[in-house]
Design a protein around this ligand. Structure first.
Ligand code: G3P
Length: 224
């Protein structure tokens, strides 16, 4: 089954969506943590309490050099959680990913803006690839198209990296990457809510209630 993540550090929203969806974990980045003003020492145990002991976290390094990234990754992995280390797929980041994979560290290559960049990260051994769909769209290119191309390249070349698309602003972008057959996805909470917020749904449910109560009052279904 596709791995579903929430792209958030908002514990309340994690509780909301993990109640109604099979959420595997959360993805974070330095901006998300800074905006929430929440560090890992607070966030990881709180989210684990909600989702459960098998929660998977994707946590990004903030170091700037290859050696520092690799050392930071080892420290992240030493935390008592299932953590995939996120590394920007820059020239330095790709070098760090190669070293991390030599140490068997699970890695997500992030900040991917093209199929070719994601392909190189896959060649370096990244377990997950995170193309930024809406950010690509916002630059006048085709985010979902880049994801589809990347999935095609992985399939064609027998690479088993999982695409975990990130950066969504609407549900159509989500549907398009799902059609490409991605193995994982991370949704911002507002887009997750849009997924089941079609304006026709609640009126339909209200009509059921109105019709039922008009004939059966407060009886439950099995009492009718
Ligand atoms: O981790 C990357 C993802 O969070 C980017 O999303 O909405 O900032 O483009 P956004």
């Amino acid at each position: 089954m596709i791995e579903l993540y929430l792209d958030t550090a908002d514990v309340g929203q994690v509780a909301r969506f993990s109640a109604c969806l099979p959420v595997k974990g959360i993805t974070t980045n330095p901006s998300i943590l800074a905006q929430a003003d929440t560090g890992l020492s607070q966030l990881l145990p709180a989210v684990s309490m909600i989702i459960g002991p098998y929660t998977r976290f994707h946590v990004q390094v903030v170091s700037q050099t290859v050696d520092d990234m690799v050392a930071e990754a080892a420290q992240i992995r030493a935390l008592p959680y299932d953590i995939v280390v996120k590394v920007p797929a820059t020239e330095i980041g790709l070098a760090a990913i190669r070293k991390m994979k030599a140490d068997n560290i699970p890695v997500l290559a992030t900040a991917i803006y093209s199929a070719q960049q994601g392909f190189l990260a896959a060649l370096c051994g990244a377990d997950y690839l995170a193309p930024y769909v809406n950010r690509i769209d916002a630059m006048g290119a085709d985010g979902a198209g880049a994801v589809a191309d990347l999935q095609l390249l992985l399939d064609r070349h027998g690479l088993d990296s999982k695409i975990l698309p990130a950066s969504f602003k609407n549900t159509q972008q989500v549907v398009e990457v799902l059609k490409a057959g991605v193995a994982a996805i991370t949704l911002p909470v507002d887009v997750a809510a849009q997924m089941f917020a079609h304006p026709a749904v609640q009126p339909a449910v209200d009509r059921f209630t109105q019709d039922w109560q008009g004939v059966f009052g407060n009886k439950l279904s099995f009492e009718s």
